[in-house]
Design a protein around this ligand. Sequence first.
Ligand code: NDP
Length: 480
Amino acid sequence: MLYIQNYIDGVLSEALTGTWLAVHEPATGNVYAQAPASAGADVDAAVDAAKRAFPAWCATEAEERSRLLRRVADMIEERLEEFAQAESRDNGKPVWLARMVDIPRAAKNFRFFATAILHTSSEAHQTDDIALNYTLQQPIGVAGCISPWNLPLYLFTWKIAPALAAGNCVVAKPSEITPYSAFLLSQVCIEAGLPQGVLNIVHGLGTDVGTAITAHPDIPAISFTGGTATGASIARTAAPMFKKLSLELGGKNPTLIFADCDFEETLVTVLRSAFSNQGEICLCGSRIFVERSLYDRFRDAFVERVRALVVGDPLDDATGQGALVSATHMEKVLSYIALAREEGGTVLCGGERIQLTGRCEDGWFVSPAVIEGLPFTCRTNQEEIFGPVVTLTPFDTEDELLAMANSTSYGLAASVWTSDLRRAHRVAAALHMGIVWVNCWMLRDLRTPFGGVKQSGVGREGGWEALRFFTEAKNVCIKL
Ligand code: NDP
């Protein structure tokens, strides 16, 4: 049995409560680790450590902060295989995906922000011949970072890296469902020589640790990625305390396919955008709209490719679809398949629990599902399922398409498939989304603003946006 530990004040420790939470391996359904069931007192200790560390850390030269964070990036890469195995075991994702995407991106997050701070400059301007104004971007103090289970280390470091690079100290909580890679990160930070208290990682339930971070009076900024309902609860606590808030929430992303698209390229990438990481990515396209003249051809080819996806042991490199993250989540996904049938949809393939043999016989596997025949207004087409389930809907006109695509309460991302450049610009501008990909999906440049509109969130991560979030702008005005 593996015992995961908190990382507080530079030391690995158990929760002060002395209690533990079972961590499951989704591919087998077995408990393989215990994580600290921390509570408010652990968060208090972490905040105290962070406050003590802050004066020295924010005064540390950018070159030195950058060197330490680049060292963390290097060490993640040196231990890439160990991290990838941990992520796959914890989350159920294919180990090749963790090896190719999650872990390299975590290292990249550190390197990106560690080098960004070497190239920042602040603004200055003269007010006629009266005064000189300049802006200081100063770190906030202690930042709270809370992240979900779907891309555990990738999203955790996407918050921690800019917060630390900007000169803040951090109290962070990974999802209690997937704590393993955050624990490995603690070990890396110790080995890399990150000063004690600069980063503190507290494991435990959202209702214990997450709420304690959100409500703590000495944490003036909260960066959260997770469900919309949790985001609303965090906002309710944080707003009257006037905390800075960055909320990256749910999505119900549309994929818009026009008849003039490059058929093969569209097919391949839309398959990936629908089912990568078992559909458990906030950016996955779960509502696929296809121009009517192409609909039958696309549907038949798509369903054939989906049927060919191998659902299997995440450790097997031939596996396309791993396990869903938890038994509860699997039940939620299956309940949406049942709902889709009740709403009149036809399940063209998948949507069943898969019973594998051998080591994975009790794992939480669901075959990827494609559904057609549903109105765009029904619950299956409006609510976030966050699993391997997509719907296909034909459209006739651009106006009708945009009305359907923009109809949900979410507005995170969309992908548009067309060879008509003018249409691409027009449709991209008309979509109520924070991110629009044209003839691609999840092509991420870390300099770009990342986030959603409507119930998909508030604020933007990425590039300067993240560094701005984790600093306060101060105007200094000098009379000439
Ligand atoms: P949750 O909202 O359930 O949890 C996210 C994190 O918040 C976890 O660490 C959780 O802890 C913690 N938490 C739970 N309750 C509270 C609370 N009351 N106060 C503070 N923290 C709390 O989301 P999931 O982990 O289920 O992740 C899936 C969701 O995340 C989906 O809706 C998905 O769309 C969204 N997401 C959004 C992304 C974006 O960039 N917009 C990216 C990725 C995912 P614990 O799990 O330990 O209880």
